[in-house]
Design a protein around this ligand. Structure first.
Ligand code: NAP
Length: 258
């Protein structure tokens, strides 16, 4: 069966790559794109462009919506897709815990699958999993995530997800000196359950993360680099195929591959 797919955010850096990937894959039919600029037809591909998700769904009936937009609209897109029986595959980061809970409730109500994957790169998912394994033994941890300077949310969805996975195996405690003081606000980064996350934003970067796990006389560094956005495409293809077989909320690609 050919899976009918719509993409939200097709002019973006991730969206462009996803369009190119889906167009050359015979398992999928790219039926439409959602943009907030209406160009009627999308680039050279002759694909209809919609500015309203309801209209896109009504006219082109996709099975799956791939969202690669911005944090401010992704929650609304996800709920609208679920309301209308379309399975969301969400790459856009920046969901709050409350929003994730709302999505979970909607998925249960509608009984159709939804994947929210803060990172579609298989290597990054392995880095997260290895960090979780190591955190059982080396519990003092700092995460340094580095992204291009056009990224709007910080810390990254990948860093947050890594911290959540580590939290599942690590007792919460404040790291460092008990009398530690920041001389400049933010010097120690964000604090999640006593772990620290530092966000670097620079032109030239794509998506990179190091997890540093310190112990007596030793340091374990786990590092992953996405050098270009093709690194995310196999995860998107896998998610579109898999979501057709599920009717729950799957948060994180690791739920599919590990
Ligand atoms: P980007 O280049 O800024 O692309 C975002 C696109 O969304 C832009 O073309 C933007 O259009 C469009 N957009 C904004 N509001 C919209 C709306 N209401 N409807 C439709 N389109 C809308 O960003 P990117 O680097 O491609 O990243 C996109 C998202 O994916 C970000 O949240 C990023 O963190 C995330 N990401 C996820 C992964 C993963 O593996 N899960 C990997 C990389 C990035 P305008 O520019 O005209 O506003």
């Amino acid at each position: 069966m050919v899976i009918k797919v719509a993409i939200a955010g097709p002019r973006g850096r991730m969206g462009k790559q996803a369009v190119a990937t889906l167009i050359k894959n015979n398992e999928f039919l790219l039926v439409s794109v959602l943009d907030h600029k209406n160009e009627e037809r999308f680039l050279e591909h002759d694909i209809p462009v919609f500015t309203s998700l309801e209209e896109l769904i009504y006219h082109t009936k996709p099975d799956v919506l791939v969202d690669l937009t911005v944090p401010s609209c992704v929650f609304e897109h996800t709920i609208t897709a679920l309301e209308n029986g379309v399975r969301p595959v969400i790459g856009t980061t920046g969901f709050t815990d409350l929003q994730l809970e709302e999505v979970r409730k909607k998925v249960e109500e509608k009984e159709i699958g939804c994947i929210i994957a803060p990172n579609f790169s298989i290597g990054a998912v392995l880095m997260m999993k290895f960090s979780q394994m190591a955190a059982k033994y080396l519990t003092d941890i700092e995460i340094i995530e580095m992204h291009h300077d056009q990224k709007v949310d910080a810390p990254s969805g990948t860093a947050l997800k890594t911290a959540q996975m580590i939290n599942d195996v690590r007792e919460s405690f404040e790291q460092g000196h008990t009398d530690e003081k920041e001389l400049i606000e933010g010097a120690r980064g964000a604090n999640i359950s006593g772990m620290h996350i530092h966000s670097v934003r620079l032109p030239g970067l794509v998506a990179h993360q190091q997890v540093l796990l310190g112990g007596e006389g030793q340091l374990l560094t786990l590092r992953h680099d996405s050098f270009d956005r093709t690194s995310f495409m196999s995860g998107i293809v896998l998610s579109i195929n898999e979501i057709m077989k599920h009717n729950t909320l799957i948060y994180g690609l690791e739920k599919l591959i590990l």
